[in-house]
Each structure stands twice: as structure tokens, then as C-alpha cells.
Ligand binder design. Sequence first.
Ligand code: UGA
Length: 437
Amino acid sequence: MKISVVGLGFVGLSLASVLASTNYTVVGIDKDKKKCNEIRSGRVPVYEPDLEKTLKIALKKSLKISDDFSSITDSDMIFVTVGTPQKTNGEIDLSMIKNATRSIGKIIRKSNKNQIILIKSTVIPGTTENIIIPILEKESGKKVNKEFGVISNPEFLQESNAIRDTKYPHAIILGGKDTRYMKKVKLFFSKMHSGVSIIVTKYQTAEMIKYANNSFLATKISFINQLSNICQNIPNADVDDVASAIGLDPRIGKMFLSAGPGYGGSCLPKDMNALINFGGSVGANTSFLKAVKKTNDEQINNIISLMREKLGDLSGKKITILGTAFKPNTDDIRDSKSIELIKKLLKNKARISVYDPKALKNTKDVFGNKIIYSKSLISSLDKSYGLIIMTQWKQFESINNKLLQRMKNRLIVDSRRMLAKKELNGEYYAIGIGKEE
Ligand code: UGA
């Protein structure tokens, strides 16, 4: 079986690499020539643990990389994994998926393979049936579910765990009509992920499942963040103990209950906005989702208020930010809470020094010479008036009293409670921990 993957971001490149390393013949397509060259030479354009290793194995086996859509002509299955970023008004931008679909439609016209197109990109309910299928039918001159198949197949992988999640998904969702194409795809996934539940449903439901998943995760985070703010005002209370205890209740579950500066990244914030927008457009009340989003937006303001309360006027004062990636083990800073915090601190005229083990280059692209980029955790602390830990990179656990001596004023704000168990000589505030009495 020959498989194509269109769009080589985190999702597409992981999928193409995993499929090819498990002996499928795979073509990965991306319109970015430079990116294709880099990938072809075995380099991954982003930092993602295990991806480069898997890519190298895949390239040695069958994986071919191309910027030319005609390479997918003889594919049996075509996965669409292009990005669906958000527009400034919060709606999703479908231009990339429309372009990819047009190109695929033209290929289907020439092919006699009865190809199956699987939509992995996150799209609002109705997009596959109302936008993608009509484009494919128009460009190919063929009929869906007769001469070619289309299946919605949302993706649940997490950045920094992309390979693990691609190999071991918690479920497979297949949206579409009950046709021979659906049967073929079901068989493919049951072989590839034996024992994993396969849910077959309608296009719109499959698309909705993706939003339900991400908005539920966002809800858990906002819930624990609001609780963390309450705990912080109760002497001796600790949000992590609260989270571990309630997490033991199987109805609640222990994951995604880690309080912090709010959820960031290229998915949860975008998908919350899209769902709120979409819900409104179909006449539904989205007040709950809006509250989840508002709670998330407020979390950074709490940190700013604390800094102002403790340091007074921030202008000219050097503040150290540890971590700009939206989470550890990635260099991705898209919609990172840390970037938002830096922007707000700059508005307060603070001088910012940042350190991140992997994301400094991307951070430089945003701030240029407006902030100081430290080569090490140690030097980032020099003469600082305050330290804020934003991303839970393992190495930040090494912070101790000796390192803190480099600071001018030892104010430590720990949004991830990484140093909570240490006896630090300084004024230490952790999100979600009430002061000891
Ligand atoms: C998220 C989902 O977790 C994936 O299932 C989904 O496939 C993906 O979006 C997507 O739609 O493509 P990802 O964006 O990689 O994955 O990041 P997460 O691991 O979900 O983290 C998102 C944010 O929530 C981060 O800023 C993280 O620090 C924060 N978070 C997460 C918390 O503050 N507390 C937690 O307990 C968990």
C-alpha cells in the first residue's frame, strides 16, 4: 500500500516517519521547498524528541519527500495534515486546507486508484462535508464515496510526545459514510494499532470530537488554575496535593491538573476560540467555554500584579524569565504564555532577560533586540530584580541559593512549583501554594 501525507508539520512529519519506518511506502508532501530539502537530508525543522531518529529510519526505508503534488498520483491513501491557524477574529483560516484539497482533487482526476483522502487537520464541524468534499468533486470531476473516499480522522498527538502518540493513540476516530472506503480504512487502522478502539461516526461528529477533546483539556487546566488561585490565598494550602488527591477519583482522572500560567501552544487557545465562534454561529450558548478562556487569559495578569506589588514601578528593572517554549521539550513558542508575559512586562518598561534551552532562536524572531538572551540559566540571573519560572524544563530544578546570589533582589515567582520543596533564601511565591504559617 502506498500512502501520502500532505503537510509536513508536527503531525504530518511524525505520521509519515512512523508509517515509513513500519514498512509502508510513503511520500511526504510540503509546498515549502526549503523545508523539504532539510527533511530529505534527515533534519527536522523543529525540536521534537525522537522525531529525527524516526525520520532517519524512515528515509533509509521508503520515505520520499517532495514539493510536487504529482508524486501522490499512485497513492492509495492520502492524509491531509496541513495547518488550520486562526485568523485575528478567532475563526480558523482554511486557506491552506482549501489549496491542498484543490491540488489533491486535480490528482484524483488523473488517477484510477479510487483513492481515500483522510482529513487530519483540525476543522470546525461541517467543513469536510460542506467545503472539502465539494472542492474535491469539482477538481476531480468524480463522485465522493463512489470513485474516491473521504474520511475525517482527527489527530490527538501532543507536541514533545509526537512519536509516542502517533505510534500509540488512545483512540482512532473515523468520520464519514459506511462505504467500502470506510471498511478499508478501518482494516488499515486495526492492523496498525491493534487493540485500540476505533470509533466510526458521521463527519460532523468526528470533527466535533476533536474540539470536545481539546476544550475539555482546556477546561481541566482552567479549573485547576482557578483552584490554584484560591489555594494561594489559603495559608499552607498546596494545589498539587489537591490535584493528586482528586485525580485518584476515576471520574476525574489525574492528567491535565497541573496548575500554571495558563494553557498556551498552537492548539488549545486556537481551538477554544474556534469552538466559541462556531458555537455562537449555530446559535448555541457558549458562556461556559468563554469562562474557561477568560480564566486562562487572567492567569498571566495575576503574575504581573504580583510583580508590581513586590517590585513597585518595574521600569528599568531587570526581570529574568526562565522558559519561553509553551511547554518543555519543544522549541515551539506559538501562543506561549511566556511570550505574552514578556510583552506585558515590556509595556511596564521592565528590562527582560530570558533563558530557554531550546526556544531562544524562535524567541529572538519575536523580540529582536528588545530583550536580553542569556546563554545559560546562570547568567540570566545576574543582577536581576525578579525571576519568573514559566516553562517546566527539568534543568530549572537545579536552581539553588548559590545561583540566587547572583540576583540583585531575590524575588522568585514559580508558576510551575518546581522549587517548592527547597529552602530558598529569598521571597518565594509559587502559583497554587499558600504562604506557610
Ligand atoms: C494539545 C492536545 O493535548 C493534543 O491532544 C492535541 O492533539 C493538540 O493539542 C492538537 O490539537 O494538535 P499540545 O498543544 O501539544 O497538545 O499541548 P498540551 O500538552 O496539551 O499543552 C497545552 C498547554 O497546556 C501548555 O501550555 C501546557 O503547559 C498547558 N498545561 C497542560 C497546563 O498548564 N497544565 C496541564 O496540566 C497540562
